[in-house]
Design a binder for this molecule. Structure first.
Ligand SMILES: [Zn+2]
Length: 164
C-alpha cells in the first residue's frame, strides 16, 4: 500500500482515537454521576437502566479504542492493509471507509454471514430503546458521546463499507 495513503489513515485513526477518548471521559463521568445519584424509592429501575446503558457505551468505546490501537500496531509492524484471513491486500476504498478493518471485503462478508447464522443479538437495538426513553435525562455531552460511538469504525461495519 502507498505510504502516503497509510500516513493519511494513520492520522485519521489517531484523530478518531483522541475523539473517542474525549467522549469516553464524558460517558464515564456521566455514569459515575448516575451511580452516585441519590434516588427516590421507586426510581431504582430507571437508575439501573441508565447505568447499564452508560456502562455498555463505555465498553463499546473502549472496544473501539482497542480496534484503533490494533490498527496502529499493524501500521507499525508493516502489516496494515493485509487481510488476516486470506492475506491478500484489503481494498483501498474499504480501508478508507473502515480504517480499523482487519479483513478484505470478501472475508468480511463471509464473516458477517457466519455471524448472522449464529444470530447474535444486537445490543444496539436495546440501546436505542433505552436511549429514547432517557434522552431527556442525559446531558448533552453524554448524548454527543453516544452519537460518536454509534457511527463509523466498527470492525465489520455492517452498513455500506462492506459493499465498497
Ligand atoms: Zn480476505
Amino acid at each position: 500500500m502507498n505510504q502516503k495513503v497509510i500516513l493519511k489513515l494513520k492520522a485519521l485513526l489517531l484523530n478518531r482515537k483522541r475523539e473517542i477518548l474525549k467522549q469516553l471521559a464524558h460517558l464515564e463521568m456521566g455514569r459515575d454521576a448516575q451511580k452516585e445519584r441519590v434516588i427516590e424509592l421507586g426510581d431504582a429501575a430507571q437508575k439501573e437502566d441508565l447505568v447499564r446503558l452508560l456502562d455498555h457505551l463505555v465498553g463499546r468505546g473502549n472496544q473501539k479504542v482497542r480496534e484503533i490501537d490494533l490498527a496502529l500496531e499493524r501500521i507499525t509492524a508493516g502489516k496494515y492493509g493485509i487481510c488476516e484471513i486470506c492475506e491478500k491486500r484489503i481494498e483501498k476504498r474499504r480501508l478508507e471507509a473502515v480504517p480499523v478493518t482487519r479483513f478484505c471485503r470478501k472475508c468480511a462478508q463471509n464473516f458477517e454471514q457466519v455471524q448472522e447464522l449464529l444470530q447474535q443479538p444486537r445490543d444496539e437495538i436495546i440501546d436505542d430503546a433505552l436511549l429514547d426513553k432517557y434522552r431527556n435525562l442525559l446531558d448533552r455531552s453524554i448524548l454527543e458521546g453516544v452519537a460518536q460511538l454509534s457511527i463509523g469504525t466498527d470492525l465489520l461495519d455492517s452498513e455500506d463499507p462492506i459493499n465498497k
